[in-house]
Design a protein around this ligand. Sequence first.
Ligand code: FE2
Ligand code: FE2
Length: 432
Amino acid sequence: MLLGDAARAAEAIEGALEGSEAEGKLIASAPMLQNFAEDSIGIAFAVGALANGYVLIGRKKDLSDAIKFWCGGYRLRDISDKVIQVRVTGLKPATTYYYRIGADRISYEGGYKMKILGNEEDPAVYSFRTAGEGTRGSFCVINDTHAKWEAFGKVQDKLSVLAPACVIWNGDASNCEEKIENQMRIFLTPPIARTDYAASTPYLFCPGNHDSRGMANRHLENVWMYRQPEERSPRDWDLGRNFAVRLGKVALIGLDTAEDKMDTNPLFANLFASEPYRKAQTEWLRDALRRKEIAEAPFLVAFCHIPLFDDDPTHNPGDIAPADKDPQYSSDFAYWQRTCASMWGPLLHEAGCQLLVCGHMHRYRYDPATQDRCWAQIVGGGPKMNDQVFPTVIEGKVSGHHLQVTVHNLFTGEVQERFKFSEKKFGNEDEK
Ligand SMILES: [Fe+2]
Ligand SMILES: [Fe+2]
C-alpha cells in the first residue's frame, strides 16, 4: 500500500467511525405518513445528527423499481439535525406503495467545508395505499390526545386493531410547545409501545387551538409538513393542511377552526390571525365541495377541532369581542365556533354533508341532524380516563349503501355508540 493510500484508508475508517458507531444511530424514529392524498404523501422522520434524508419508494415490495425522493425543494436539498421531511408527488390514486427511509450523515463546518460522513437506511420496508375511489372507505378519528401517553398508547392499540385506510388527527395533539424537541416527541417519537404507529397508516391533521400555542407551534410545519405549494392554488398559499380527499364512497373534508379566543384578546398580543384564516378556508371549502370527485361522493364527512354547533346558551360561541368575556357564558374561551358555523355550515348543508366530527370539549357527545342542518355532529372525548370523560376512537366504515360509524370508548374498552348514515341519494336521515 502506498503512503497516500494508507492515509486515505485511515481517513475513510475515521470517517466511517464518526458517521456510525462513534455517534450512534442517525435515523431516530420510524417514518410518519403525513397529509394523505390521492397522488402524493408526506414522509417525515427524526434524525439524531445533521443529515440529508430521502425516501426510496416503488410499487414492488423488494423496491427494485424504487425512485429516490430527497428532502427539500428546488435549488437546495434540505439539511437538518432534527426532522427530515420528504414530500413524494406523482403517485397513482388507490395504489399500494412500498418505501424505505434513509439519510446521509453530513459534516458541515462552513463555506465549502462539508462532507458526507456515512449513510444509514432503516432496514424496514413499509407500505401504504394512496387515497382515491378505489381505496376502502374506512377511516378513524382521534382528537385531544394532549401528549397524555396512557391515552395515546390506548388510542394506538385500538387503531392497530381497527386498521383504517387513514386516520384523521382532529386537533390538540399539543399542549403549548416551545421547543421542536417537544413537537418531535408528540408526532415522531412518542413514548408508547407502537412507535411506528404512522409508518403504514397515513394521517391527516386538523389542528386544534393548542396546536398553535407556544413558540415552536408557531411553525408546526417544521414537524408536520405542509403539502407542496403546487398541490393548491396560489390563493390558498397558506392552507397547507386543509384536505378534500376521496376514500372509496366517502369524501373527507378537513378544516381548521384555529384559536378558541378572539384575535383581539389582549392575552394574544396581536400575534394571532384566526379571523382571516377562517375566511380563506371558506373560499377553499366552496371550491373543494364543487370538485367532481367530492361533489359526487355518496358520503360527505367533515372534520374540524372546535364544534360548529352547541345548543347550550351558556356556552361561549367564540365571537365575543374584544376579549371573550361575557357573564352570560360559562367560559372565556370558545366551546363552539359560531363564526365558522355561519361560514362553513351552510356550505356543508348545501353539499349534503351527513356528518361533522369535532373535538375540543374533552367530552364525548352526539348532536343529531335537524331540519335546517343536514349534518349530525359527533364530538370526540379527551385524554382523561374515567367514566365521564374518556378518550374515543371514532371509526367510520362504508358497508353497502351505509356509512357505519362506531364510537369506541377507550376507558371501558366497549363500544359507546353506533350510528348509520345513508347515501346522499337515499336521503340524509341518520339512525341509531
Ligand atoms: Fe383539547
Ligand atoms: Fe381544543
